[in-house]
Design a protein around this ligand. Structure first.
Ligand code: DAK
Length: 299
């Protein structure tokens, strides 16, 4: 009888906590929406700013090397939703505050997790990383410092990685007794090749920015004080092109890379056709023929 009562009380308190979580998240979501897409929004562990057509998302837990705890992951999730809904954002930059990009998932939070909690944490992280990867706007990682474990994986969920010369990359998980869990075994191999990914993951070796460039993990290495300027220029260059076409290119590359070449080029033909239903295709080609500057409307 006593066991029955306790079990029911535990159940009730879990249900109550779930309801509270849902209400809290919904209220925060409504508040963020209410603030409007254009404004800079307040979070605890991240900063979301918008300038022109570019959003800058900064992971802001410098004292913990921007380690990803559940709270930070939930805030990133909400920020991605906000960016997705803002039709004036054409490109996104992701960076970290202080000397780390992201030094991984939060080991302090993870260390005492049981199986159920560990799975919940993993599901949350994977949902956020996949949402970022599938976001229909290009995302550039400005890797300012340590990008380790979940941090390296976060950068791999972005479309393009530009590194400061001080950046360091690695998947140290096997040294902690775990496997990479936010897509490292999958995305790293797709970016740098199976052999190099296996070497990095099996050895848990940390590599510097030059080595990351050499193996194709990053597209470019720049001086630390030039990193944001460089990445903003890149984001603005992308944002100056037809946003729908850029979006379709991202979808075509991301889908195509997972298919056989026949399916992939058929998909490309589909998205190519879709462009001709847009005002921006008419504008881009008309402006070329009329030898004038083009003005894209994201339509
Ligand atoms: N988590 C929590 N706190 C961290 C942290 C992290 N990943 N990295 C650094 N910190 C904290 C440090 O504990 C320290 O806190 P205080 O002692 O000041 O309170 C503060 O940040 C400053 O760090 P250090 O004093 O260590 O600073 P240093 O400059 O000396 O060293 C470092 C910087 C980044 C080299 C070092 O902190 C370090 O090695 N950090 C750990 C890097 C790491 O091992 N990262 C991988 C984490 S594991 C999964 C899902 C996800 C994952 C796995 C599975 N499933 C779904 C299955 C992901 C796993 C990971 O990411």
């Amino acid at each position: 009888m006593l066991r029955y009562i306790i079990r029911n009380e535990v159940k009730t308190s879990i249900i109550f906590k779930c309801i509270c979580d849902i209400i809290n998240n919904t209220l925060l979501m409504l508040l963020l929406k209410g603030l409007g897409g254009r404004s800079n929004m307040e979070f605890k562990n991240i900063i979301l700013e918008k300038d022109g057509n570019v959003a800058l998302l900064t992971i802001n837990r410098p004292k913990a090397m921007n380690a990803l705890n559940s709270e930070t992951l939930k805030e990133i999730d909400m920020a991605i939703d906000n960016i997705a809904e803002d039709e004036n954002v054409y490109a996104v930059i992701l960076t970290g505050a202080g000397k780390a990009f992201v030094a991984g998932a939060d080991i302090t939070e993870m260390k005492d997790l049981n199986t159920v909690e560990g799975r919940k944490f993993g599901v949350l992280g994977n949902k956020v990383f996949r949402k970022l990867e599938k976001l229909d706007k290009p995302v550039i990682a400005a890797v300012n410092g340590f990008a380790l474990g979940g941090g390296c994986e976060l950068s791999l969920s972005c479309d393009i990685r530009i590194a400061s010369s001080k950046a360091k990359f690695g998947q140290p998980e096997v040294g902690l007794g775990i496997t990479p869990g936010f897509g490292g075994t999958q995305r790293l191999a797709r970016v740098v090749g199976v052999g190099m990914a296996k070497q990095l993951i099996y050895t848990a070796q940390i590599i510097n920015a030059e080595e990351a460039l050499r193996i194709g993990l990053v597209n470019k290495v720049v001086e630390p004080d030039k990193l944001l300027e460089e990445v903003k220029n890149l984001a603005n260059t992308i944002a100056a092109n037809a946003p729908v076409a850029v979006r379709l290119c991202k979808a075509a590359i991301n889908q195509g890379i997972q298919c056989d070449i026949d399916t992939a080029v058929a998909y490309e033909a589909e998205v190519f056709g879709e462009c001709f239903a847009t005002e921006d295709q008419k504008e881009g080609m008309t402006a070329f023929v009329e030898k004038r500057d083009k003005t894209f409307k994201n339509k």
